[in-house]
Design a protein around this ligand. Structure first.
Ligand code: HEM
Length: 332
């Protein structure tokens, strides 16, 4: 007889989206913390594992980048770039593309000689040559180009006056916030709407940690909320398209298929040349029906949702349906 510790017995049969899901809870209750850990550390879960790569590419790759493209065509304000951050974007290109090539040698390759580069991405049938620092050598603006190669959203922070400033980004899949509104703000101001974190000094500690990052250092953390349907674009800009569902979902018999656990794997990287901080936000969505395929997850998500303090549930926008979601999970 073989016993697999910590795993449900039939995990091999689970679909990839469940096996690779970055399950965010380590206990039956959840509170905010400055939860950072080194990047690329593989984390085993009850269903499989996640976290071995800096830029994770999964079965949703092509559809995610296509959705991003459509959002950007509709709403160019999802890209923001203050002029002094141009070099940080090039720094991100020359940091992330080689990492992707290293992590996916079968489909991607990055060559560099001086400032001349070549990027091949077989998943997109793409082979492009460009010159570092020369915006017009790319088929589109550098930030949009990088956003067309990765599923992650990107935020760039400048460090000056002993603070971090959100001075650039490409964010099409925000969980109820707006890049256009936040650009130019300090790290502290950005976190102002979040309950508890200022009083508990989480934001100051996180900012101090980020300001001490050394060139090339890479860390990550997770964050989570719930989203109705597999909807990546829940920015403030599209609020009328998604927010009304939150009022009706509790009574919808399709709740287990429609409510998704939304997990962000957020990387924090000190770019080596510009000195900017790159904040990558990769969003994963898994329906409660899928969660329920892993009995340990079903129970844990049910308990976390039932126990979450009301101010946190309110901020996350889930207060009207978290009980219905948790009741369904805990009844299983
Ligand atoms: C260790 C670093 C960090 C910590 C501990 C942290 C903590 C948090 C927490 C607890 C929330 C509330 C999330 C929720 O309940 O759904 C939040 C929201 C947010 N964070 Fe961070 N964060 C960190 C890094 C960053 C960075 C680098 C940025 C980029 C500027 C950022 C931008 C945001 C934004 C835009 C929100 C949403 C705020 C809103 O509702 O308007 N965070 N953060």
């Amino acid at each position: 007889m073989s016993i697999t510790i910590g795993k449900d017995p039939d995990t091999a049969a689970l679909p990839e989206r469940i096996k690779r899901f970055p399950f965010p809870y380590s206990g039956d209750s959840y509170r905010y913390s400055a939860n950072v850990e080194p990047s690329r550390k593989v984390v085993a879960t009850e269903a499989g594992a996640w976290g071995g790569k800096l830029v994770d590419i999964d079965e949703y790759y092509l559809s995610d980048v296509k959705q991003r493209d459509e959002v950007l065509d509709r709403d160019p304000s999802r890209i923001q770039l203050l002029p002094h951050m141009r070099s940080a974007v090039w720094d991100a290109i020359t940091t992330l593309l080689p990492a992707m090539a290293e992590e996916n040698p079968d489909t991607m390759a990055f060559y560099r000689e001086g400032n001349d580069c070549r990027w091949r991405n077989a998943l997109q049938d793409l082979d492009v040559e460009f010159v570092i620092g020369d915006d017009v050598s790319l088929p589109m603006g550098p930030l949009r180009f990088l956003g067309s190669q990765i599923q992650d959203d990107m935020v760039f922070l400048d460090q000056r006056e002993d603070a971090l400033w959100l001075d650039a980004g490409l964010v099409t899949f925000a969980a109820d916030w707006s890049l256009g509104f936040d650009v130019g703000m300090r790290f502290h101001e950005i976190h102002h709407p979040v309950p508890r974190v200022l009083e508990e000094k989480i934001v100051s500690r996180a900012e101090q940690f980020l300001m001490r990052l050394q060139p090339g250092e890479q860390y990550r953390r997770t964050n989570w909320t719930l989203t109705i349907d597999r909807r990546l674009d829940t920015s403030t800009e599209t609020y009328p398209n998604w927010a009304p569902d939150r009022a009706t979902i509790a009574l919808d018999p399709a709740l287990p298929d429609r409510v998704h656990l939304r997990v962000e794997v957020q990387h924090l990287i000190r770019l080596p040349h510009s000195g900017a901080i790159l904040f990558l936000v990769r969003t994963y969505l898994l329906s409660l029906s899928d969660i329920a395929q892993v009995p340990a997850w079903r129970a844990r998500v049910g308990q976390v949702l039932a126990e979450l303090p009301e101010d946190m549930a309110e901020y996350k926008g889930i207060s009207r349906y978290r009980k219905a979601a948790s009741d369904w999970l805990l009844a299983g």
